[in-house]
Design a protein around this ligand. Structure first.
Ligand code: GDP
Ligand code: MG
Length: 166
């Protein structure tokens, strides 16, 4: 089995941390600065279940200029072409303008979307459950999985679910 996964999510939600944990070494660049990743970084994860090529889509955020518009277009094409989308969010604020923008894009592409709620090591269980509930009502996600990219919690579940869609 092998296929493509688009990893999306706001700056600082933990995308690089997740990639680093999966790969087990520092390939993706973690940074506190938003939008440092101009180009797509492709991370390839392989185990005996299969191979996943992760694509970074930095242009998914709202366009502010011509370059931004070009990047949004490129990101949308990527989302249509991949086998499954992995959307990473963090339980620090509810669905805001940025999340709504992504939801609008997801409604246009027909690709299955797996939602991972990251940083569950930082919040109470009740809050995580409330988050799951809010997101479940907002979009027909294929799966919603609470994770901690930093601690490695539930990451194998994420891989197992992603593999189903390859
Ligand atoms: P990216 O911008 O989406 O690539 O986010 P990063 O991977 O660079 O992570 C941003 C910050 O969040 C870093 O300081 C990470 O250490 C932290 N972070 C990422 N995942 C977790 C997590 O599961 N738990 C906690 N507590 N911090 C995390
Ligand atoms: Mg990053």
């Amino acid at each position: 089995k092998s296929g493509f996964v688009a990893l999306i999510g706001r700056p600082n939600v933990g995308k690089s941390t997740l990639m680093n944990h999966l790969i087990g070494q520092k390939i993706a660049i973690t940074s506190d600065k938003p939008q440092t990743t101009r180009n797509r970084i492709q991370t390839v994860y392989t185990d005996d279940r299969g191979q996943i090529v992760f694509l970074d889509t930095p242009g998914i955020h709202k366009a502010k200029n011509k370059l931004g518009e070009y990047m949004v277009g490129a990101a949308e094409r990527t989302l249509k072409e991949v086998d499954v989308i992995l959307w990473l969010v963090e339980p620090s604020s509810y669905i805001g303008a940025g999340e709504q923008h992504i939801l609008d894009i997801l409604k246009q592409v027909k690709t299955p979307v797996v939602l991972a709620i990251n940083k569950i090591d930082t919040v109470e269980k009740e809050k995580v459950l409330a988050y799951i509930d809010t997101y479940r009502k907002a979009y027909p996600f294929s799966e919603i999985i609470p994770v901690s990219a930093l601690k490695g919690a539930n990451l194998d579940t994420v891989l197992e679910v992603l593999m189903k869609y390859l």
